[in-house]
Design a protein around this ligand. Structure first.
Ligand SMILES: Nc1nc2c(c(=O)[nH]1)N[C@H]1C(S)=C(S)[C@@H](COP(=O)(O)OP(=O)(O)OC[C@H]3O[C@@H](n4cnc5c(=O)[nH]c(N)nc54)[C@H](O)[C@@H]3O)O[C@H]1N2
Ligand SMILES: Nc1nc2c(c(=O)[nH]1)N[C@H]1C(S)=C(S)[C@@H](COP(=O)(O)OP(=O)(O)OC[C@H]3O[C@@H](n4cnc5c(=O)[nH]c(N)nc54)[C@H](O)[C@@H]3O)O[C@H]1N2
Ligand SMILES: [Mo]
Length: 775
């Protein structure tokens, strides 16, 4: 059973996050992608008051950014977009779509920026150039030909600016549908659904400055060293101030432990680092609600003891009385939850949970940050609401230095929602659109991402228009999804680079190239800016500085307007006026959404402005006007975890990846290089199965009853990693084959990408003679 060299590229990483390794990675990325002159200009303008918003992540910029904020993965995102490589008509002529299908994501996007509008020709199995006007006319005619507007899906990925997204929803609603599948449905939908019920707004409540005033930051289920690297600078300040950071994550992530700031000459030259999290708790995958309930259960006990002994109360009773409802029900639920379950499902010791509760009880101001480790579960919405409960117990919402901080994904995913990308539009939005534009938008709720794929699969939807993204690869169940998309009548992709979604051919398929954030957007009245909203409700302008990758590109707003004009000859919207000067789009946004009062004026201030967030002022926009303690439904925890399948798989991003975009094959901080075919497992779990680093296994998905399914991922190489019991981890999107389309949160519809019960079997390569599961 000996292995030959299967452990190549696997070696523990001993350094801190950031530091020289990050600088080297940037230099490598730049060398591969762009010419020197461009990179200096482009990077210098990232997240500067006059520059463009970094397409990397939605972490906010310090107010009035004066110095260049270095970020490795931001630099990779910029250089990936500003590359000098091109995917031209000649390239498409030389390669059939079937041939391109054989390439991996890295190779497809690695060809560089799309340069011309293209249309698929089935006879030659190639994409061929088409004139913009012809493409618009053909797509418009097809869209006009469908009897039911609800058979068309309008997908949005979160890079679209406020201006593009606003026009997109206006076009779709005038066309007659609320079908808005978007990347948010796969990302922070549990936040958008759960938080309005709890605190009346579906967003985070803090501002960046709150980190200057907190005593405790709990980081649950997010990996900032990779996904929000600029957050490390904030955490570093928090740690240096002596405030406490606690990480709760099944995997030990270097970015939460130690950081060498490239901005600090001392740390760089002395090769030293700042310790971030003081304590690191390895919760079992899917065990967060159990852990949170355990913490709250202890707080209740501590509170009662304090009252008995005359010590200071642990819960903020005045806040609970004045501002909340549902405390009695929560208390009841916590009393009914037994410790055996909590410990089994969370995979933690009672002492660990007690320690978190103590830290929390002793902190005056607490911020809880969370990411996909919380949301992408069958019970994602309830997970989010348990976090809100914990904060409400000590009045930690709506005051300085305290609050909830969902780490948003794409750089404008939050803004897209704010300006109307939602399949469940509130009546106020529909009324506003009618008042401002004079057409009656559809009332019927539309499809989110999973529902859209299901509608396509069942033949109820026949057209899919994608404003960016890579829906087919991002969503669960690629086998079902790929087959479904190939049955479409019409597919239109608006994109910067070639990806797998573009190779799933419908009867009529168009691939239309767009300007990226980094590029100059020239319209009738001159160069235009767009706007974006970050994770903390700050809206600011973004203006590209580089010449467009090709003279044939259209900006996203102009492209959407072109489609709308060709589809809706009697449109009530003056599309040309909107496009001629984006100030007109912003005026329209302001007319529809009163929160954008004086939009054009306020967004020109350096750093932009903050959208009002009622919960941060303790105004609760819930039905009763109070914040709500929400009890988690059903039995106490995620019933799937409660079965306590031996192993639950979570799917992760590597350090060299932006969602489905692969910049490279390394995952530096987790000690993996040059490969992605790995499975992370703890030493104990590996030992139990007699597995060692470099062994290969096949992974089979189980159904909720624990029965084997047909879904499998073969020949994964074992990486023994410091992580929670009962948990394994593999990379997204490769592991999406293990997630059935109907495995999602019933409340928000988010696919359960991070709680997949699995079993391991020896792969033939390693254990030819043995069979049977490695339970
Ligand atoms: N460079 C880069 N930046 C990005 C992205 C990118 O791909 N690359 N993607 C962007 C997008 S769209 C998003 S949504 C964000 C994503 O940012 P994150 O939320 O950080 O995303 P993930 O990598 O999916 O994983 C999050 C963390 O959750 C942990 N985790 C997994 N399962 C569980 C669990 O059950 N419980 C707990 N407590 N933790 C768990 C994992 O170990 C991992 O550390 O980043 C954005 N920024
Ligand atoms: N298993 C598993 N699956 C997941 C996740 C997970 O953690 N695990 N995470 C989920 C999450 S959080 C998200 S957000 C989704 C991501 O889903 P998407 O947002 O659909 O996917 P991306 O990979 O970000 O899209 C990349 C493509 O966007 C296009 N693009 C890049 N920049 C621009 C631009 O400026 N304009 C336009 N028009 N196009 C552009 C390029 O063509 C590129 O190929 O995936 C989800 N899927
Ligand atoms: Mo995301």
């Amino acid at each position: 059973m000996k292995q030959q060299n299967r452990n190549i590229g696997i070696a523990p990483y001993g350094g801190s996050a950031g530091g020289w390794g990050a600088l080297k990675a940037v230099a490598d990325a730049l060398r591969r992608q762009m010419s020197f002159k461009q990179d200096v200009i482009a990077l210098f303008k990232v997240n500067q008051p006059q520059g463009f918003d970094c397409p990397g992540c939605a972490w906010p910029d310090p107010r009035h950014t004066s110095s260049f904020e270095f970020c490795e993965n931001g630099a990779k995102a910029v250089s990936w977009e500003a590359t000098s490589k091109r995917t031209t008509p000649e390239f498409f002529a030389a390669h059939t779509v079937s041939e391109l299908w054989q390439r991996n994501a890295f190779e497809l996007e690695g060809e560089g920026r799309l340069t011309h509008p293209m249309k698929y020709d089935a006879a030659s199995d190639t994409y061929q150039p088409i004139a913009w006007e012809t493409a618009f006319a053909e797509i418009g005619a097809l869209l006009r030909g469908y009897d039911d507007p609800d058979s068309v899906e309008f997908y949005t990925s979160g890079r679209a600016s406020n201006e593009a997204a606003f026009l997109w929803q206006l076009f779709a609603r005038e066309y007659g549908t609320n079908n808005f599948p978007d990347c948010s449905n796969m990302c922070h939908e549990p936040t958008s659904v759960g938080l309005p019920e709890s605190i009346g707004v579906g967003k985070g409540t803090i501002e960046l400055e709150d980190f200057d005033h907190c005593d405790l930051v709990l980081c649950i289920g997010h990996n900032p060293g990779t996904n929000h690297p600029r957050m490390l600078a904030t955490l570093r300040e928090v740690a240096k101030r002596g405030a406490t950071i606690v990480a709760i994550n099944p995997l030990r992530e270097r970015g939460l432990e130690r950081f060498t700031s490239p901005q600090s000459p001392i740390e760089m030259l002395s090769m030293s680092s700042t310790q971030l999290a003081s304590t690191y708790y390895k919760v079992r995958v899917g065990g967060d609600a159990a852990m949170l309930k355990g913490v709250m259960k202890i707080l209740l006990t501590m509170h009662e003891e304090a009252l008995r002994s005359g010590a200071a109360p642990v819960l903020d009773e005045a806040f609970i009385d004045e501002h909340t409802e549902g405390f009695a029900a929560l208390k009841q639920d916590l009393e009914n939850t037994d410790w055996a379950h909590i410990l089994k499902v969370s995979g933690m010791d009672r002492a660990e949970i007690q320690n978190i509760a103590r830290l929390y009880a002793n902190a005056k101001n607490t911020i809880i940050c969370y990411g996909m480790g919380i949301t992408q579960h069958q019970y994602g919405t309830q997970n989010v609401q348990q976090i809100a409960n914990l904060l409400l117990l000590r009045g930690n919402i709506g005051r300085k230095g305290a609050g909830i901080c969902p780490l948003r994904g794409h750089s404008n995913v939050q803004g897209d929602r704010t300006v109307g990308i939602t399949e469940i539009p509130p009546q106020s939005l529909l009324d506003s659109i009618e008042n401002v534009f004079g057409f009656t938008p559809p009332q019927k709720h539309g499809h989110g991402a999973v529902a859209a794929i299901q509608a396509i699969q069942q033949g109820r939807s026949q057209a899919l228009l994608c404003l960016g993204g890579n829906l087919a690869e991002a969503i669960s169940d690629p086998n079902v999804t790929f087959a479904a998309l190939r049955k479409l009548d019409l597919v239109v992709h608006m994109a910067t680079k070639l990806n797998r979604s573009h190779l799933l051919m419908a009867k009529h398929s168009y691939l239309l190239p767009v300007l990226g954030r980094t590029e100059i957007d020239q319209q009738a009245t001159g160069e235009q800016s767009v706007t974006v909203e970050d994770s903390m409700s700050m809206v600011h302008a973004s203006r590209g500085t580089l010449p467009p990758a090709s003279p044939h590109l259209k900006s996203e707003p102009a492209l959407v307007a072109g489609l709308a004009k060709a589809t809706l000859p009697d449109s009530r919207v003056n599309w040309d006026k909107m496009i001629g000067d984006y100030n007109n789009i912003r005026d329209a946004i302001e007319a529809v959404f009163p929160a954008f009062e004086n939009f054009n004026q306020r967004v020109m201030q350096p750093g932009g402005f903050r959208l009002r967030n009622a919960a941060s002022e303790r105004e609760w926009l819930t039905a009763s006007g109070r914040a709500q303690f929400k009890v988690m439904e059903g039995i106490n925890e995620d019933p799937r975890s409660l079965h306590c399948h031996d192993l639950v798989l979570t799917t992760l991003r590597s350090h060299d990846q932006y969602n489905t975009t692969l910049y490279g094959l390394n995952d530096r901080y987790r000690g993996v290089s040059g490969r992605r075919d790995v499975l992370f497992i703890s030493a104990d779990e590996a030992e139990k199965r007699q597995l060692r680093v470099g062994d290969t296994v096949n992974m089979i998905a189980l159904d909720p009853q624990g029965e084997r399914t047909e879904r499998r991922l073969d020949n994964l190489t074992i990486v023994v990693y410091d992580m929670a019991p009962g948990s394994v981890a593999a990379y997204y999107p490769e592991a999406n084959v293990l997630v059935p389309l109907d495995s999602h949160d019933t409340r928000s519809g988010i696919p359960a990408y991070k709680s997949i019960p699995v079993l391991l079997e020896p792969s033939v390569a390693t254990h030819a003679e043995s069979s049977g599961a490695l339970r």
